[in-house]
Design a protein around this ligand. Sequence first.
Ligand SMILES: [Zn+2]
Length: 181
Amino acid sequence: MVRRSTNVHTRPVVPASVAGVTRNACAYEVGLHLEEMLGHVEGLLSSCPGGCERSCTKCMRHYGNRFLHPRLDRRLGLQLLRYARLGEEPAIAALEQQRKTLAPLARFLELEGWNVKTAGVPLFAAPKAGGAGVAIGTYPALLSTEAAGKRHFLSGTDVVLLPDYLVEQDLPSAYQELLRH
Ligand SMILES: [Zn+2]
């Protein structure tokens, strides 16, 4: 049986070198588990067991973040994680995907008195009252406007590129952004 000493002078002392090795070993262990954990999180974000569109209680939602539920987006989370882990920047979505993202904005624009069509571009909108139309595309919200402008297949002065997250989360603000161009 080991008897614990209460005397500070007889208490066992861990040599600094041993403490250092232990600390490094712990950091290594944490590193191993962190990688494992991040791998698990990436799997969860890329393929939610609940099959949700953006977030649900099977992936990102829990009681503690209940006030943020409407804003949680696992695709955005996945892009951020992959950038942090691998330095991988999110790609510009294909034309068809952008068209799908912009469909609610197209309906919004029609209600606001715009003519919209989608021939050859994700979305083309022109005011019914007349005036130049614009081609509209989306880009991953994690990219800066400048980076998106350089990579997007749409370019020119009659083009408006909008962050996908803005279009999905806040149509009136996306519309205001469009009017600013
Ligand atoms: Zn989910």
